[in-house]
Design a binder for this molecule. Structure first.
Ligand SMILES: [Zn+2]
Length: 419
């Protein structure tokens, strides 16, 4: 099957040093990670002869980064041996700290979640309590793992955050917690590479590998919950701006004569499109009142189903406001696929048809471009995507050479096994 994904560089042949070897290993891994590949398929995609490929595959097998599996496709004779990533050996510790809970998971490089510890907030926790929980759980994972390759720790949180220095800045509705230097805190405690990214980034990458973004080179991923953010996958690569923040599409103005937004602009999308904005319209909830918004959305959907006029109207408005934002983004990027993620996905049945209709009627590129709007069906996408991101860094050499990553992992496991 031919897939439109990230362009893969051809394997380099020649008699050059270790960097060429690592480049070739990385190229093979990029091909194999797309759901597995036979030797013939890797050879075809990498333009390297089977003979030239053999030492590369043997090296990956020896390093236990890949395993051999029998293919189930038996259309012509003996099935080819499929090479897959070895998620039971190479793993990433993923930390996701969001508004209502923190989670620590051990995830294979193939996206398999192998352990997951969730810590729902009761209210009244200090930031230090959450940090202590995260540190304790990571230490437990390190003590438990004996024979694994741990690539590092990928932490994710809502924005705004400073991905460069690894600091959670001042996310709204984040229990007043701010300016948390999470990378520094975890790096001091654990001898592993630590990164901090927006949790939307992980979710977008998971969607690219396992969701509606699979096999699609360009799509826009929009999270709609208590805020709005967007990630753009362009030519198979996640686009990241200069400050490595996500796109602040929530502050695109939908009404220049609207209310003043806290960002300084007027009539921002965030004031109309978020799940709280939808629920407030439907149930006349005052601006000062807070709720469990995911549960409130379910209530709005239930009432709309039963014919409640205000709830139905609020959902129609949501299709218009969100549709207007999507029209703007499609007009800028000339992309036909949009995937919506997070709590808004509960409203798939109510929104998909009116939203698609609204967008199709208004984008400039109609009728050449037919918009496809999907509601993500993935679970735990930030956690899974965090591991995929770290594996990207590993392949790209951002974590050092493969040998260095191996030595660092072994050292960390020894240190914590002894504790
Ligand atoms: Zn704004």
């Amino acid at each position: 099957m031919i897939r439109a994904a990230a362009p893969v560089n051809p394997l380099i042949q020649g008699s050059n040093p270790a960097s060429i070897k690592q480049t070739n290993l990385a190229t093979a891994l990029r091909i194999i990670r797309r759901g597995g590949a036979s030797r013939a398929e890797i050879s075809r995609q990498s333009h390297l002869s089977r003979g030239g490929l053999t030492p590369i595959v043997n090296e990956l097998l020896a390093q236990r980064l890949i395993v051999e599996c029998e293919s189930v496709e038996t259309d012509s004779g003996r099935p080819p041996v499929l090479l897959r990533l070895n998620g039971r050996y190479a793993k990433v510790i993923c930390v996701v700290w969001i508004r209502d809970q923190a989670a620590v998971a051990l995830v294979g490089i193939d996206g398999s979640v192998q352990s997951l510890y969730q810590y729902p907030f009761q209210g009244g926790e200090r930031a230090q309590d959450v940090i202590d929980m995260i540190v304790a759980e990571i230490a437990r994972i390190l003590a438990r793992e004996r024979d694994s390759l741990l690539l590092g720790i990928m932490a994710q949180a809502p924005g705004p955050l400073d991905a460069m220095s690894g600091v959670i800045l001042n996310p709204s509705n984040f229990n007043g917690w701010q300016n948390i230097p999470l990378v520094e805190i975890l790096s001091e405690r654990f001898p592993l590479p630590v990164f901090l990214e927006n949790n939307l980034v992980g979710a977008a990458v998971a969607e690219q590998h396992f969701g509606y973004g699979r096999d699609i080179a360009d799509f826009i991923y929009i999270v709609v919950d208590e805020g709005i953010g967007a990630g753009f996958v362009l030519n198979g690569q996640l686009y990241q701006g200069k400050s490595r923040q996500i796109s602040e599409v929530g502050h695109i103005s939908l009404d220049i004569h609207g209310e003043k937004c806290s960002c300084g602009n007027t009539g921002c999308a965030e004031m109309y499109v978020t799940v709280p904005a939808l629920c407030r319209r439907a149930l006349q909830i005052g601006p000062a009142q807070s709720c469990d918004w995911a549960a409130t959305l379910r209530e709005v959907l239930r009432r709309a189903e039963q014919g409640d006029a205000a709830c139905r109207r609020a959902l129609e408005r949501e299709a218009e406001y969100l549709g207007s934002l999507i029209v703007t983004l499609i007009n800028i990027f000339d992309i036909d696929t949009v995937v919506l993620g997070s709590s808004i996905t509960a409203a798939r049945e109510a929104l998909q048809a009116p939203l698609t209709r609204y967008v199709a009627e208004r984008i400039s590129a109609r009728p050449m471009l037919e918009p496809h709007i999907y509601f993500s069906r993935l679970q735990r996408s930030s956690i899974v995507g965090g591991a995929l991101r770290m594996f990207d860094f590993y392949i790209d050499g951002r974590l050092g050479t493969y040998a260095q990553v191996g030595e660092r992992s072994a050292k960390a496991l020894r240190a914590f096994a002894a504790q």
